[in-house]
Design a protein around this ligand. Structure first.
Ligand SMILES: O=C(O)COP(=O)(O)O
Ligand SMILES: [Mg+2]
Length: 224
């Protein structure tokens, strides 16, 4: 892990959502509990659900069914139940991290192009942004916006392109190994924010800046 990252050429910052800008794990846990309840399956606790977050709703469902020892053929029905809950109650158990909106306003005020690249479905993601007043984002990609989802580079490169920017001018800010992998695949510098839903150690051989708090990013960019 490098101690610092050359941020001088950055004019575009793309953010992950769950675990980075918002604490949505309690809401996801509740949505999963409704899903498992409808399928007569046990409900995983918060810590277990957090370990399943990061690869999008289909992966979350598959991981929950596997954990519950359920028949994998339930996947499509379980996913439909979960997505319906995401659509009808996107804000359930979801709050913005302290300083998230202030950071976005600060970066926007500096003329930074801001984007969002999340594996949460785009509809619920946009509903959360609107309800929590998070932004302004010039481009948003959700887990269902493209055929590929993170850690494939495609969604991140799509957001960067939509912002009229390039990978070499972009910083990607995330909370999990999936985000680190996505940034490496896209050739984009990565900022890892501690305290999110990290499932595996971030390899320390790539240009990565680690921040204890999201709000530390403004300081890092000012020092650039
Ligand atoms: O939906 C997920 O699995 C996680 O979403 P994220 O990409 O915003 O962390
Ligand atoms: Mg995340």
């Amino acid at each position: 892990m490098t101690d610092s990252l050359d941020l001088s050429s950055v004019d575009t910052v793309v953010f992950d959502l769950d675990g980075t800008l918002i604490d949505s794990a309690p809401g996801i846990r509740d949505a999963v509990a409704v899903m498992t309840g409808k399928l007569d399956l046990p409900a995983p606790d918060l810590t277990t659900v957090i370990g399943f977050i990061g690869r999008g709703a289909p992966a979350l469902v598959e991981r929950v069914l596997h954990w519950a020892g359920a028949d994998p053929s339930l996947r499509d029905r379980a996913l439909a139940i979960l997505l319906d809950i995401y659509d009808t109650a996107p804000l359930q158990g979801t709050t913005a991290y302290p300083g998230a909106q202030a950071l976005l306003v600060d970066l926007h005020g500096r003329g930074m192009r801001l984007g969002l690249c999340t594996n949460k479905p785009a509809g619920p993601a946009r509903a959360v942004l609107d309800a929590l007043g998070l932004g302004p984002f010039g481009a948003v990609a959700g887990g269902d916006s493209l055929p590929q989802r993170k850690p494939d580079a495609a969604p991140l490169l799509h957001v960067i392109s939509e912002l009229g920017s390039t990978a070499d001018r972009t910083l990607y800010v995330g909370d999990s190994i999936t985000d680190w992998q996505t940034a490496q695949a896209a050739g984009v510098r990565y900022v890892h924010v501690d305290g999110g839903y990290q499932q595996a150690p971030i390899p320390d051989f790539a240009p990565t800046l680690r921040l204890a708090r999201l709000s530390d990013l403004a300081t890092s960019l000012s020092a650039a």
